[in-house]
Design a protein. Structure first.
Length: 32
């Protein structure tokens, strides 16, 4: 997966979804 320019890695992980076994929504809430 290519990372969007200007986006921190954690946002890419959140949008990526199950990198940590969580749903995308759960990760987005976790980093928000």
């Amino acid at each position: 997966m290519s990372k969007p320019y200007g986006k921190p890695d954690r946002i890419v992980v959140a949008l990526g979804g199950n990198a940590l076994g969580n749903n995308p929504v759960e990760q987005i809430e976790a980093v928000s």
